[in-house]
Design a protein around this ligand. Sequence first.
Ligand code: PEP
Ligand code: MN
Length: 338
Amino acid sequence: MIVILKPHPDKERVQRLIQRIENMGLSINYSEGSSTTILGLMGDTSAIDVTDLEVFDIVERVQRITEPFKAVNRKMHPQDTIVEVAGRKIGAGYFNVFAGPCSVENEEQILMVAESVRKAGASFLRGGAFKPRTSPYSFQGLEAEGLKLLLSAKRQTGMPIVTEIMSEKHLDLFADVDIIQLGARNMQNFMLLKELGRSNKPILLKRGLSATIEEFLMAAEYIFAGGNTNVMFCERGIRTFETIIRNNLDISAVPLLKTLSHLPVIIDPSHAAGRRDMVAPLSRSAIAAGADGLMIEVHNDPKRALCDGAQSLNLPQFDEVMADVTRRALFEGRTLQS
Ligand code: PEP
Ligand code: MN
């Protein structure tokens, strides 16, 4: 439920109204725009009588949110949310590129890729330490050791890092990670979603392999429900009948998510297709569709990569894509962060 206030409401009266709502056992999501102020009511509002709130003279109108996603709903927060991480802004026209290898393999590799993508203009270093692999016999990531190498690359290059968590038991290890990635395979791991909701870490939430847009929104709602409002969506391709590419990039997810929600939307063109030749065209389509950033896999020697080599760009290829992305993002009026 949202309570839309009349323009320029008296602050004291707003406070009294908030108090009244909180006394009903609800919490408030306060959203002040240039022309409207909205109080989003969080919790079970089914027993509330709308007229009890409409009697307040600062109230313009009261509206129930009928969709199951409430806090992440754009009705709750009409302005784009900007997630701020390590001095970089993400969303509302601020554009970021997260780049790095699928998995951290050794010190030399992660440092070489980090230095190179930083110079090319990426604002975040990505790299998996805990890898969700289809086969138990495939490389599983360097785990805690991989996180150490990533943190060391962060110290040496000054780049903030994003890396995937696979279990809530590992949260302590992620204390110095800037953005925690929740991977596609865990999008509906509800225990993990709840734990991330209780943490104050920015979360990059990847869309499940076969998740609907509503399920994707509801996963973000879980994190919000726990109190963590630093969430970004990442569309990374979904399963379809097509087999010639790894996944199908659902480009319509960008305008859809942006209409339905206020949160930033990132596109991962690497997992979307599973082929490096598709990264540049899909990146272009992401920018045109309104994405707030890209997550791109880059490796110093893709042929020898322990994971996802076929979709990884080498260092010069990333330089080229980054130059193209920069030009196009600026043309589309975005502000590039580095
Ligand atoms: C990854 O980013 O390397 C990854 C495993 O992504 P996804 O969860 O989208 O498959
Ligand atoms: Mn990968």
